[in-house]
Design a protein around this ligand. Sequence first.
Ligand code: M6R
Length: 615
Amino acid sequence: MCGIVGYVGQRDVVSVLLKGLTNLEYRGYDSAGIALQDSGDIKVYKSLGKLINLKNELEQRRAEIKQPIAGIGHIRWATHGSPSLVNAHPHSCTCGKLVVVHNGIIENYKELREELSKKGCEFRSQTDTETIAHLVADEYSKTKNLELAVRNSVKKLQGAYAVCVMHKDVPNLIIGARKHAPMLVGVGEGENFIASDTPAIIEYTKRTIYLEDNEIAVVTKDTVKVTDIEGNVVTKKVETLPWEPMALSKLGYKHFMLKEIHEQPDVIRNVLNGKLYDIDEPIALNEVKLDSEILKKLNKIEIIACGTSLHAALVGKYIIEDFAGISVEVEASSEYIYRKTTTDASTLVIGVSQSGETADTITAIKQAKAKGSHVLIITNRPDSNMARLADSLIPVNAGIEVSVAATKSYIAQVISFYLLAMHLAEIKGSIDKSYLKNLKHELIQLPTKIEEVLSNTTTIQECARKFSSYKNFIYIARGVNLASAFEGALKLKEISYINATGYAAGELKHGPIAMLDETMPVLSILIPGGITYEKVLSNSEEAKARNAKLIALTSSNDKNIDVLFDVVLRIPQVSEILSPAITCVPLQLLAYYIAEFLGKDVDQPRNLAKSVTVE
Ligand code: M6R
């Protein structure tokens, strides 16, 4: 979603802002803009579409850009008002002396707009953000103190904001404020940065100060002052970012998605590192901060998440119930937050999120905490809002994920669920010890098996070419791989815009079978040795009888499969219960190659944002 970067210091301000915005590009956006402050003026430059258009605009107007000393930049993902030049940020007050960029949604912007219009403010856009520009300018006209003006203004805002403000009359200064939207300060030597997320600043500094809700940062090139909303100075810790700038490079891969798919074996090794090192030792999951006596008696878990994280949660449900015998409910955060739930103090609530910033999941977690539940967060961003709300935190350590389509973060979440389920089962004594040892052994072998899949993708690429012209797909599976079918279909939808739906194979006969004919390929996930193999096989035959083209994803070497299916995607032998941690890989690759073959914007699919920070 939207991204913010601000800079004050000696470097070339335009380059710093453009680099910062480029590093946030992966979040998804439809327009971009920057405001540059030189010793006498503030100028705004905007463009529609990708950042290259903004770069071209700046290039054309290079002559008028003097020596900027500070600047703020923004990429916008439209919420209020269509994607257009006039709605792109930065927004200015009526006289143009004050500029703002903003992430989030101001809920009371209509009332404020009406009030400010009556005072003579001239509104030019349809955005909620422009209200902030006029509001702060109005407060500034009363106090002539920009910091106070920002404080007084944010007190009047309802909703979510990470906002940066600059004023022509107060050069060399950027003020940032946040509530329910992330914002941080990057600390440098004789220069400072402000941003909505760490990739924006990582090229320049790893030293960061995270703002909390209702905090305001006053940033010059030499100083950073953080206050609460009343103006009391808050002492903040300077933290060091764990990422390297390298994480933002494609390292020779055509797309970040392909690079991230290939990183998965190492991601699994990372997740297992220190937690599962010997099959004879219990899982070391010290991150779960609940007393083992409480865990022993635990009989209800609720998992809340969105999108791909929701699919990881479905795998989690299956294996926690299977290994530990604890009843688990999984719900989309957006549904959870608008109903009367039965969550109580004895429920363990697990929030799953790659970004740790998904608005619906944050709201759901806050609701669960208000009911007294212990909240465990599984996230790839230990520096996120969600992580800060956690009573227990499992960081999945997948490394920064740039492609909008989640891949390596999914596998890291799934593996974290295996560790959690085994940990709970060990505490409860609910699983056969030698069975568990075998599973641990297999888990350790998984990265090598995935490397095998990644080392030969010829069949997957041929399959992608063969099926790329189809407009609809059905993915079927049963049991623990049902989540894999959902996830595989989601991957295809989001990056190729092809309609794909995952179904429980047994449900095919209850409706979806009506759609089957030669135009609707069916992809079946078949893992032999488990309880569902024969069933999915016969469901696939039913599809064949309706002329559907069939794709198998299987570890079976059965020759009959080659006869029944049009294409067979083979994976190494794996037990059914662990197979979601490997079936996801060819499904990601299939989606990738189809999208790539169709020439789609794989890393930044249309209409999507990497982190959905508004409801
Ligand atoms: O950051 P989160 O895991 O909370 O994000 C949830 C979804 O928005 C996300 O998984 C989305 O579905 C991805 N684009 C899927 O690839």
